[in-house]
Design a protein. Sequence first.
Length: 144
Amino acid sequence: MKNEELSAIVNELQQTLRKLEAAYPGRPFTLDGHTLGSIGEVWVAENYDIELATPSTHGYDAVAKKDGRKVEIKATQTGARIHFSSEPEHLIVLTIASDGSFTTIYNGPGSVVWNAASDDKTGKHINATRVSELNTSVSDTDRL
């Protein structure tokens, strides 16, 4: 599937959610959880040279074809916190806008984000804005 087709489908999902919110004022309907994560994973698979792992593989979502690096993929909407249960070897984080567009905000070693994240009861968390800032310190040779 092409990026434009995937973006159009996500845009349709977002429009449907806005219709539900209009029909039920005060009740939020958000694109999140497994759906958002799976959309992010297939987008990254379409745009980076990776092979997706079996869903729910602990610690990573894909493997880089060129060197076998295990890749954790996180998809979020702008401004959200990102949670990690373990330190990823390599990390790609993207935001999905309400119009269905995708933006990679981090592509680099997982340790950079892991070390900057705050501890919580089940791992660590960090704000997407901070992740984007950390991306500026990543060398091109460390990206996929």
